[in-house]
Write a protein that binds this ligand. Sequence first.
Ligand SMILES: *Cc1c(COP(=O)(O)O)cnc(C)c1O
Length: 389
Amino acid sequence: MKTLGKFGPYGGLYVSELLIPVLTEVEAAFVKFKDDAAFQTELSTLLKEFAGRPTPITEMKHLSKEFGCTIVLKREDLLHGGAHKTNNVLGQALLAKRMGKKHLIAETGAGQHGVATAMAGALMELPVKIFMGAKDIERQHSNVQRMKLFGAEVIAVESGSRSLKDAINDAMRYWTAHSRDTYYVFGTVAGPHPFPSLVAHFQRVIGDEARAQCLAKYGKLPHTVCACVGGGSNAIGIFKAFVDDPAVRLIGVEPAGEGLETGKHGAALGMGRPGSLHGSYSYCLQDSDGQILEAHSISAGLDYPGVGPEHSYLKDIKRAEYVSATDREAVDAFLLLTKREGIIPALESAHAIAAAQKIASSLKTNDILLINLSGRGDKDIDHVLRYLS
Ligand SMILES: *Cc1c(COP(=O)(O)O)cnc(C)c1O
């Protein structure tokens, strides 16, 4: 591990010594298999035939007229499972198989990564344990049912705030004791090395496809690429393909929750400062004593007090910009896309639509604003209706 997964000062491997050997083993397997022809063929066949890749790009005729530039969505909402998470879990589950691991574990907050991992486990005949905060289990009943239908065991985490942060800690602790036969499918581009690099690798298919699709359809690159940021995996997945095109503006959108001034938000890059969380050094929400704060957002999938280290680096070197959208703005964007374009976006993705509306004012009619529609919003309908009532 030459660089220990550093992005400038960020990232790294700040974990118990007991976890170093298995993380080293995962890194070695990743390095070995990511360019292995048989592995690549098996993964791309799964992505195509099981998950439905490539997902299309779609021009939004009504939004383009309203926003004053060319709005194009990358349709991860059409991926099997309903969000980009499928790309990552298929890649990691396949890697686990190649490593000879017999069990999968994962953390989940809202339950979406848990459902995706349970789905991959069912497909690949690997038993799955999902660590989930007891509070989240109460709030996310239907995702718990889906995990169980796929045959996964859901373990209630009762420690701390009984939510995602604690679920990750317990999953890491369990992994330390069971690493010989167990693989930990991490859900986003955060956590200790090699996860930020490994998850980014499996998600970059989003940007690679979108870049080629834009060139084929429009004969040029997008002016701006915009994506929501929770841990940051769908954003890194689409950014990667454009990071070396300096003319392409990259914008990540964090949840401003009830408003940045209220303290009830999840804007780790916008309002946090660098610190250590879940084995990695990156921006995170913390109080003056360095205690990690809870994140707040209407969309459970963006509810994470940290962010992937590569985003911290892209922010510092000013290659990407990070803005935020409030709960209210996200709900308005959710309704707008639903009513005007016939697409129900995930509330997470709606944050990117909300920000795009503001960004668009500085673009010309023919400039392409590419938005990553990270997932579909069927899961959010009750929540939105309750918010509006
Ligand atoms: C989980 C999730 C996110 C947030 O995760 P990232 O790692 O930041 O991409 C965003 N959108 C959807 C639809 C999700 O399910």
